[in-house]
Design a protein around this ligand. Structure first.
Ligand SMILES: C[S@@+](CC[C@H](N)C(=O)[O-])C[C@H]1O[C@@H](n2cnc3c(N)ncnc32)[C@H](O)[C@@H]1O
Length: 336
């Protein structure tokens, strides 16, 4: 195995069989989705990694730390909406609802929402981060003992069913944290249509969206001075090393946040600081100095552009709640 010259990092143990990875990229048998995405993403002309792989246990912990950084106004703004507008939001949601949360993470905002709703019956958190999902479910079940809690570990972009049991009425989707902004328009449409199916005929949804604003404020939110977002981004390389036996040298990559004016998105990149070769399982990936891996886009919306997106997935905007500074929007959606 080739190591990046000058890197002192030991090469990790090798938990994945090469045959499995080959099958995965042939598309025959998907044995290891992470390996498949890494091989595809790093083989592309413009290197990318899907952002959902940022969220292993360490990544989820780092994301929670990001939400406490001064520059990261998003969580403060969204939480203030949930506090200030709790009566309006509760009026929008039917009494006795089952709350279905997409990308639940630590579920901190969920507790606020559940506390303000009238007699919620159930809570279904969906996430790919299994440890956080289990912990969030335990904490919410113990805080709301009468609630039926059923965690679902799944990629919310894949087609899947939720084992609701009982009647199909009275379900509310919750998708906070501006996670919608991480999805391109086709992924967002797929998820919105999946939500329609999960939430049933009179389902409603509440979606937290970061609003378009001046670019300096946006870029600072994704490149905090304490370096927490940088650590969050670099953790994806650490994850490849640990889970796929890669030999990335983290010191040879730098976190960069860039504004993409066409996409109206802040992009996170990992930029190679030198010419280097990275390997795992006989695959080699060459990086030129300044070449980057695009790891996440965070799209920013106006009320109009989000309304268009919602309609593409079969929803219309019934309510828009905003914080006092107009930084963030929570959209209340009903079916078209
Ligand atoms: C930006 S964080 C938001 C967390 C929390 N909802 C909040 O508002 O603070 C995104 C969350 O979505 C999860 N996630 C990202 N992509 C996902 C996917 N494709 N399927 C399921 N969960 C996903 C991550 O694991 C993470 O917990």
């Amino acid at each position: 195995m080739i190591s990046a010259a000058g890197c002192s990092r030991p090469v990790s143990a090798v938990p994945l069989k090469a045959e499995n990875m080959l099958h995965a990229i042939d598309g025959d048998v998907v044995e290891n989705a992470f390996a498949r995405d890494v091989v595809r993403g790093l083989s592309a002309a413009v290197k990318t990694l899907p952002s959902r792989w940022l969220y292993n246990e360490r990544g989820s912990e780092l994301f929670e730390e990001i939400t406490r950084q001064d520059e990261y106004y998003l969580t403060r703004a969204e939480t203030s909406i949930l506090r200030e507008r709790q009566r309006d939001i509760a009026d929008f949601v039917e009494s006795g609802t089952i709350l279905v949360e997409y990308g639940a993470g630590a579920g901190v905002k969920t507790e606020l929402l559940l506390a303000s709703l009238r007699a919620p019956r159930g809570y279904v958190p969906i996430d790919v981060a299994d440890t956080f999902l289990a912990e969030t479910s335990r904490r919410i079940a113990s805080r709301f003992p009468s609630l039926w809690v059923r965690p679902v570990e799944h990629n919310f972009l894949d087609l899947f069913e939720i084992p609701f049991g009982g009647s199909g009425d009275g379900r509310t989707g919750f998708f906070p944290g501006s996670t919608m902004g991480n999805l391109n328009s086709s992924e967002a449409k797929t998820l919105l249509m999946q939500m329609r199916r999960h939430l049933g005929g009179n389902g409603r949804a509440i979606i937290g969206v970061d609003l378009l604003k001046n670019v300096d404020t946006l870029l600072r939110a994704y490149d905090d001075s304490a370096g927490v977002t940088a650590a969050f981004n670099l953790n994806i390389l650490e994850r490849i090393n640990a889970e796929l036996g890669g030999d990335f040298c983290l010191e040879k990559f730098k976190h960069v946040a860039r504004w993409n004016e066409i996409e109206k998105a802040v992009e996170m990149h990992l930029v190679s600081l030198c010419d280097q070769r990275v390997t795992f399982y006989g695959w080699t990936f060459d990086f030129r100095t300044s070449e980057s891996i695009h790891t996440e886009s965070s799209r920013k919306y106006t009320a109009e552009s989000f309304e268009r997106l919602a309609r593409s997935g079969g929803w219309k905007v019934a309510e828009l709640w905003q914080d006092a500074d107009g930084l963030f929007g929570m959209f209340g959606l009903i079916r078209c």
